[in-house]
Design a protein around this ligand. Structure first.
Ligand code: 4NP
Length: 209
């Protein structure tokens, strides 16, 4: 995690294979304002920070393997935060819902596209844990399967974390960040552009919160 200590540990994997859709949590929560296209993200009246240090905002990016999309999102968001001189206001990390790649560095193609754009990827893959839901204000999922799995974890905990799809914040049309793992390098460039656009808007929203 960038900015705070990481609490290690594995969340039980009972939720990973179920296709049941748990719906969204927006109805009972006050949400960070996304680009208004998605029915599960109703316009908020305010944004809470949930961790104990209210001066800081913590953001966890989540994908499946934590070697392609979420480490890229983490690196891009961290880069934008540093560029804006806001590193003392944010804690940023990423995790996967799956455990297959735990301990690994980001995929070489993700690292390559990041380097091309001057973004550093310092993470190692880890699996999301129940502790994360207490520690992070915002959990930002890359696709709808990630969103379902994280929402299910939040539902079965006391967490106040806000869960969003990253592309709610993309100024261009789109829904999920597609998984580039089984494709070629050009897919990683496309994903990079989506992540960059979405992270820019996300940062603007969080700065204003
Ligand atoms: P990510 O991509 O979720 O963006 O990290 C994937 C990486 C690995 C696998 C799937 C997706 N995998 O099946 O090993």
């Amino acid at each position: 995690m960038r900015g705070t200590n990481r609490v290690e540990g594995l969340w039980s994997s009972w939720f990973l294979n179920s296709d049941e859709y748990m719906g969204n949590l927006a109805a009972d929560r006050e949400w960070l304002s996304p680009v208004s296209r998605y029915p599960h993200s109703t316009t908020p009246t305010s944004v809470d920070t949930h961790n104990s240090d209210s001066a800081r905002t913590s953001v966890l990016f989540v994908c499946l393997g934590n070697i392609c999309r979420s480490p890229l999102a983490e690196g891009i968001f961290d880069h934008l935060v540093r560029e804006a001189g806001l590193d003392d206001r944010f804690d940023i990390d990423s995790a996967g819902t799956g455990a297959w790649h735990v301990g690994e560095r980001p995929d070489a193609r993700a690292a390559m596209v990041a380097t091309k754009h001057g973004v550093e990827l310092g993470s190692r893959a880890r699996q999301i844990t129940s502790d994360d839901l207490d520690r992070f204000d915002y959990v930002i999922a890359m696709d709808r399967e990630n969103l379902r799995n994280v929402s299910r974890m939040v539902d079965s905990s006391d967490s106040d974390a806000e869960v969003h799809l990253l592309r709610e914040f993309d100024e261009e049309d789109g829904d999920e960040v597609p998984d580039p793992y089984y494709g070629g390098a050009s897919g990683f460039e496309t994903v990079y552009e989506m992540l960059h656009r979405s992270c820019q808007t996300l940062l603007e929203r969080l700065k204003a919160a």
